[in-house]
Design a protein around this ligand. Structure first.
Ligand code: SF4
Length: 486
């Protein structure tokens, strides 16, 4: 059976990928239990905070340059859009100097709309988005409220698309439908796939890079093989997305983000996925370049490129190693991105003492697709202290306190202060592209050195802050997952 189904919605991750939200053990055991399909996605006993599929969908839709987004939702669901706007403006300027601001309208669903319907409101918001932004496409994002009342987004999209003369596409990202907010990535990509057209020509030197809104670190790397980088979807145009089927191959910043679209692009359009882990750490960057070279006819030059890159960065790697080797680092991030960040550490003989993934996908979308947890164990040995917890500070604070690392690398701002409050320095990995490639590895080494030098400052901070937890929770309870599955 094919991966892509020509239906409005993509199946949620807990059914498609048998993803889980809770785990406590080690990396090899997690791999074994995933392979035996033993993991289940239990509902948490207590959730201190959460993200939602809608926010994950917006990491793609809000950053398409000439598209607008209509959130068919109560206004509270758009709470993250201003932060997304700050990111859009920062990254767009740093990437190519052309400022991008998000183009977003909320229908602001009210209680009475959930009784009498909100179709007219949605239609009005779509027309208002057209008037304000003159977009080339509009994405309608659903929400819990519009999902519960069963709003017929397909009909409204179809009628307004005919009127406006360009695509109006629903993105089904209701928060309540999936316990895994990463399902929102798949929802956004499923919607983007409705834009994609068959290739007019094949461009042998173009590589699609599926990723987040991040700085341009892939172009310098791929240009060494004479290849062009096509970032999808953040900061691409609607027209760029229509023609992604013309690229030579697809790669990604994070397998968790793009497992679905890369599998579908191969199945539906014959664009092969780069079968290597993402280029984080020297060994994975080598592997990634070799695989891309195979798919783009650059095999003759790739070994020279790798050799000269190794030579170029070797003095800096050695210098940094002397400063940071032996440090104990803990990583908190999304599933596959944990593995990316963890794999850089061995370049400096820094010890990965454990990591917490925000969820775990038991298997990929397509058989044979890379499993970065297996790659991490292959290259680094088994990793102890592996947990899966969806960003709950009350649990993470206990885990970090027990492990007492020299440094925490954390991808999500909401949990970074847990470490700081414990007097442990952090690196906040907000820009997902920043540490990729050979230069990214060097940057990470420098940042580890800079971060551990903040130890005295964060220890001072920790003396002046209190956690809102009882001594019973902090000191007496052994298992941070004691409530789960009960
Ligand atoms: S869609 Fe649902 S879960 Fe997501 S922000 Fe809105 S109400 Fe919350």
């Amino acid at each position: 059976m094919g991966i892509y189904k020509n239906t409005p919605e993509v199946e949620v991750r807990e059914r498609r990928l048998h993803s889980t939200l809770f785990y406590n053990g080690d990396a090899q055991d997690l791999i074994d239990r995933s392979n035996r399909k033993e993991l289940v996605c239990k509902r948490g006993y207590y959730g201190q905070c959460s993200d939602c599929s809608e926010g994950c969908a917006e990491t793609q839709t809000l950053f398409i340059r000439d598209a607008a987004v209509v959130g068919h939702a109560p206004i509270g669901c758009s709470g993250g859009s201003s932060t997304q706007n700050i990111m859009a403006r920062n990254v767009s300027v740093s990437r190519n100097g052309v400022l991008h601001s998000v183009k977003y309208i909320s229908t602001n669903i009210q209680e009475k709309d959930t009784v009498y319907g909100a179709a007219e409101k949605l239609r009005g918001a779509i027309l208002e988005a057209d008037r304000r932004f003159s977009p080339k496409a509009i994405f309608i994002e659903s929400s819990c409220a519009s999902g519960i009342i069963g709003e017929d987004l397909e009909s409204i999209a179809s009628v307004t698309s005919d009127e406006l003369g360009y695509p109006v596409i629903p993105v089904y990202c209701e928060g309540f439908k999936s316990r895994l907010w990463s399902t929102g990535f798949d929802s956004a990509y499923h919607a983007l796939l409705r834009l994609v057209e068959p290739a007019r020509e094949k461009k042998k030197d173009v590589v699609n890079v599926f990723g987040f809104n991040g700085s341009d670190t892939f172009s310098p790397l791929l240009s060494k093989l004479g290849l062009k980088t096509n970032y999808v979807a953040p900061l691409a145009s609607v027209d760029d997305i229509k023609h992604i089927s013309e690229a030579a191959c697809n790669t990604q910043v994070c397998k968790t983000l793009s497992t679905y679209i890369t599998a579908v692009m191969e199945e539906e359009y014959g664009v092969p996925e780069v079968n290597a882990p993402s280029p984080f750490g020297i060994s994975w960057t080598d592997e990634w370049l070799r695989e891309i070279a195979k798919l783009t006819g650059k095999e003759e030059i790739v070994e020279d490129v790798i050799e000269s890159e190794h030579k170029r960065i070797a003095p800096e790697i050695e210098r940094l190693k002397k400063l940071i080797a032996g440090k104990r680092v803990y990583v908190i991030s999304g599933d596959s991105f944990c593995h990316n960040l963890g794999n850089i550490l061995k370049d400096f003989d820094v010890k990965l003492i454990g990591f917490n993934a925000l969820h775990h996908d038991a298997h990929p979308d397509k058989e044979g697709q890379k499993n970065t947890l297996e790659d991490l164990v292959r290259d680094n040995g088994n990793i102890q202290n592996v947990t899966v917890c969806n960003k709950q500070p009350y649990q993470l604070v206990k885990i970090i306190k027990r492990l007492n690392p020299d440094l925490v690398i954390v991808r999500h701002g909401q949990v970074s202060n847990a470490a700081t409050r414990l007097g442990i320095p952090i690196i906040f990995e907000g820009d997902a592209n920043y540490s990729c490639g050979y230069d990214g590895a060097v940057r990470m080494g420098k940042r580890i050195y800079e971060a551990i030098r903040t130890k005295k400052l964060v220890e001072n901070i920790s003396k002046h802050v209190e956690f809102p937890y009882t001594d019973w929770w902090m000191d007496e309870v052994e298992d941070p997952f004691v409530f789960e599955g009960k």
